[in-house]
Design a protein around this ligand. Structure first.
Ligand SMILES: [Zn+2]
Length: 269
């Protein structure tokens, strides 16, 4: 059944979408099904973003080379970013930021440096997700500076393009992350908290992103790319409820609860 085409994107705030991995039928072993979307669904989403005015990386918006109202980002550097996302992004004329961990590059299931360079050559922005996906809230200030600097320097050296954006692993943001990230050479931090960017070029706080999961309904995605304030506000409320649960249960308790809930509900087709 053909999906309805959303109305054109009106001027106004910018929305950033946060993806992780894609699959072609079955979610590969070791990959979180909640954060893995079917490639056909992603193709349709990018078709709609392109039809509604286009999409780009946050890097291109922030350096003034794009006026797109929808930003596309990927976290974790999964192998499917190159195999499945790259060809579709290129086909739809959309660029994206890929937030990677140098420590996992080239390990099973993840991108290698050659693939990342190919993605950069195709106009994609390769940025920092920390060095090794350890939550930044678990590090003291000294280790935090070390991991942020090491990640930026290694990606810049391997890819040859500037690393200016940081997306903290798990969206966990220690107090004073912004000034410390700036000290370590980053201009912006992208969070995992939902919302819209009101004035992206002048933004100084963490830039919000909308998490795209296997449970995100197509109609919800359509409202998000139109920056519908009701749909965005609804997701903010939901996120705050989850954030409260995380604070009460701690990271380990929360992950256990989420794994249990996914087991009960099963994988969405
Ligand atoms: Zn991550």
């Amino acid at each position: 059944m053909p999906l309805p085409t959303p109305p054109a994107v009106e001027p106004g705030p910018v929305v950033a979408l946060m993806y992780h991995a894609l699959h072609t039928g079955a979610v590969p072993d070791g990959q979180d099904p909640h954060y893995t979307l079917a490639v056909d669904e992603f193709d349709e989403q990018m078709r709609e973003v392109a039809a509604a005015g286009g999409g780009s990386s946050a890097a291109a918006l922030l350096d003034g080379t794009s006026q797109a109202r929808v930003l596309v980002t990927f976290d974790d550097g999964h192998a499917s970013n190159h195999a499945l996302a790259l060809p579709l992004l290129s086909r739809h004329g959309i660029t994206a930021d890929f937030f990677i961990n140098p420590a996992t590059v080239g390990t099973p299931g993840f991108l290698n440096w050659r693939q990342l360079r190919e993605m950069a050559d195709a106009g994609m922005s390769i940025q920092s997700h920390g060095y090794d996906h350890v939550y930044l809230t678990q590090l003291d200030a000294h280790r935090l500076r070390q991991t942020l600097t090491a990640a930026r320097e290694e990606i810049e050296q391997r890819i040859g393009t500037p690393v200016t954006l940081l997306a903290p692993p798990g969206g966990r943001m220690p107090k004073d992350l912004l000034p410390i990230a700036r000290e370590c050479g980053y201009t912006h931090v992208l969070s995992s908290e939902p919302g819209v960017l009101a004035a992206a070029d002048g933004a100084t706080g963490p830039l919000p992103r909308m998490a795209m999961t296997a449970a995100t309904r197509h109609v919800t995605f359509q409202r998000w790319i139109r920056r519908d304030p009701v749909a965005i506000g609804h997701e903010r409320l939901r996120y705050r409820g989850l954030a409260l649960a995380k604070r009460m249960l701690g990271d380990t308790g929360y992950e256990r609860l989420r794994a249990g809930a996914l087991g009960v509900l099963g994988r969405r087709a």
